[in-house]
Design a protein around this ligand. Structure first.
Ligand SMILES: Nc1ncnc2c1ncn2[C@@H]1O[C@H](COP(=O)(O)OP(=O)(O)OP(=O)(O)O)[C@@H](O)[C@H]1O
Ligand SMILES: [Mg+2]
Length: 174
């Protein structure tokens, strides 16, 4: 498990970078935490780090699901407004999850927990009593995914440490 403080948006951007570097197609992320804790802001930044235009990301509060085509394909779901099994059937989560060539991110997963795969990247966000923003990320390896599997280019602020530096170390070792 990995812990983050994300008291401002640059810190949230760094957290998004860490996560995006470790995602691969087929992953399902769940985002838990109270209203306004920053789930959609985190999704926006992960989408950006995965090479999409982050400015197009809006909250699927009313649409329930937003699709971002590209490589990887991204599906962003918000279950907060699901009120009945009829709503859930309309959304057809079982059809959406997981996507072999894409990444799914779900806000308020507990509302339909039985339909969300057990194998998931779990992100729990909260405000501490002191008013700090803290997050726990479970289900990702410490080391970034390598190769052409992903292309988290990291637009926006606070790029993660350069991958080329790591590559240099790798090649000097071999
Ligand atoms: N780390 C942060 N620093 C400063 N402001 C933040 C941070 N994270 C989120 N915010 C701001 O808080 C507000 C709510 O964020 P966001 O919409 O991401 O919350 P949410 O968890 O998705 O809420 P909901 O449960 O309603 O979907 C936004 O205006 C966002 O910009
Ligand atoms: Mg939200």
């Amino acid at each position: 498990m990995k812990n983050f403080d994300y008291d401002d948006l640059p810190a949230l951007g760094r957290m998004a970078g860490w996560i995006a570097e470790r995602l691969s197609p087929g992953d399902v992320l769940t985002l838990e935490g109270s209203l306004g804790v920053g789930k959609t802001e985190l999704v926006r930044r992960i989408v950006g780090r995965l090479g999409h235009d982050a400015s197009t990301v809006s909250s699927p509060t009313f649409s329930l699901v937003n699709f971002y085509d590209g490589d990887p394909r991204i599906v962003h779901i918000d279950l907060y407004r699901i009120e009945s099994t009829v709503d859930l059937e309309g959304l057809d989560l079982e059809e959406l999850l997981p996507i072999p060539d894409g990444i799914v991110m779900i806000e308020w997963p507990d509302i339909a927990d039985h339909l969300v795969p057990r194998k998931r990247v779990s992100i729990r966000m909260r405000l501490t009593e002191e008013g700090n923003r803290r997050a726990e990320v479970e289900g990702l390896d410490e080391s970034p995914v390598t190769g052409a599997q992903r292309k988290a280019s990291g637009d926006g602020e606070d790029l993660a440490p350069s991958r080329s530096d790591e590559n240099k170390q790798e090649s000097s070792r071999s």
